[in-house]
Design a protein around this ligand. Structure first.
Ligand SMILES: Nc1ncnc2c1ncn2[C@@H]1O[C@H](COP(=O)(O)OP(=O)(O)OP(=O)(O)O)[C@@H](O)[C@H]1O
Length: 358
């Protein structure tokens, strides 16, 4: 229970189904380093506790700060230091919620871990499980579950995945839950409302370099560090456009001279659109896709699924245990695929797994 309305209703649904359920808040991060911004974790704990009391279930706070720092924050900072764009939300689900927290839950006698994710889980006759998109297409969060394995899917429960959000709010209000009218959370789970740039400033030293126009190599200005930028970004480049209706967009990073490559935004911008991309660290909820096949993918959270040809590498295949790599060919070119971000793979509504852009 995060102290939000989704996990509040998730707990309520389970309780009403007659299950033996306990609420837990994972303390992953407190604003201990005085990063600018407000991290309302104390309020969240109070809200989660209040809801647990209303529903009539035990509640506890589980301290996972050390594990979170080691598995998510370190991954995040290393990624940015190495010029890629990590995805801490995806990693938090794999490493923390359905990783160390699931292990903790099992040690304490629990069979499963339920969250307020908008996703559905289907159990097959052979005991295997599929993760299906949430019924509310506007809220679907399966993208963030793309790096879970089959074992994790088996242990997961998503009690609200079949509910449209307005219906969920109505249930919360009718039950008089303390979180019924609480705003939906935004941004990285642990940083709360803090802007990523402010966070990075505290931990990654500035490393200035030139801003270079990709087409003709002209130096347009300077930047404070490549880690503040991601391909596709338009805000914060700091180079005014001298041409009406055209804006600069980041199209790449050049490690040798720490150049930030920019171009006018549009289909012709060099490097902005790609028809083919490589992915590594493949991970499978379902049986790995063996051999080339047309499937679908979601290239980023909230994008629609798109058709793609999945071509696993011969030498390490798509890997039963995960970790393989593949070439992806899109039917239509895709905009701004940032190294380090996640490609979620689907067969229709069914989440197959995911990989990391090279
Ligand atoms: N600190 C936490 N402690 C316990 N569970 C958490 C915590 N943060 C997130 N979760 C779980 O993961 C789910 C998805 O997290 P996310 O941060 O996306 O929240 P959300 O979709 O806004 O849901 P909510 O309304 O419950 O906050 C939550 O519904 C909750 O079950």
């Amino acid at each position: 229970m995060s102290g939000g309305v989704d996990s509040s209703v998730a707990a309520l649904v389970l309780k009403r189904a007659g299950l033996d359920v306990s609420g837990a808040y994972m303390k992953n991060w407190i604003n201990e380093d005085n990063v600018i911004g407000d991290c309302p974790w104390q309020q969240d704990i109070e809200d989660a506790r209040a809801v647990a009391e209303q529903i009539g279930i035990p509640f506890r706070v589980v301290n996972l700060m050390e594990e979170y720092r080691g598995r998510v924050v370190a991954y995040l900072l290393d990624g940015y230091k190495n010029g890629i764009t990590p995805n801490p939300d995806v990693m938090c689900n794999r490493e923390i919620k359905f990783g160390v927290f699931l292990a903790w839950a099992r040690e304490h006698g629990f069979d499963a871990v339920a969250t307020g994710h908008y996703a559905r889980r289907v159990e097959h006759a052979d005991g295997s499980c599929s993760i299906i998109e949430g019924a509310d297409k506007n809220k679907d969060q399966t993208y963030f579950l793309a790096m879970l394995g089959q074992e994790q899917a088996r242990a997961a429960r998503f009690p609200i995945g079949g509910l449209p959000k307005p219906e969920l709010r109505r249930i919360a209000a009718e039950a008089g839950l303390a979180t019924a009218a609480k705003k939906d959370s935004q941004g990285i789970c642990f940083i709360g409302q803090v802007r990523m740039q402010d966070f990075l400033r505290q931990y990654v030293p500035d490393e200035p370099g030139p801003v270079v126009r990709a087409g003709d190599g002209r130096v347009l200005g300077a930047h404070r560090g490549l880690h503040y930028y991601t391909i596709g970004q338009r805000k914060g480049i700091g180079i005014p456009s001298n041409t009406d209706f055209k804006n600069y967009v980041v199209v790449g990073k050049r490690a040798e001279d720490r150049a930030l490559l920019v171009a006018f935004d549009g289909p012709e911008a060099p490097g902005l659109f790609t028809s083919e991309v490589r992915v590594h660290s493949l991970s499978w909820v379902e049986k790995p896709v063996a051999g080339s096949r047309w499937i679908e993918g979601r290239v980023r959270y909230r994008d629609p699924r798109v058709a793609l040809e999945f071509i696993p590498d011969e030498e390490n295949g798509a890997g039963e245990g995960g970790g393989g790599s593949a070439t992806i060919r899109f039917r239509e070119p895709q905009r701004a695929l940032a190294p380090g971000q996640i490609l979620a793979l689907y067969d229709g509504e069914r989440l197959l797994g995911g990989g990391v852009y090279v």
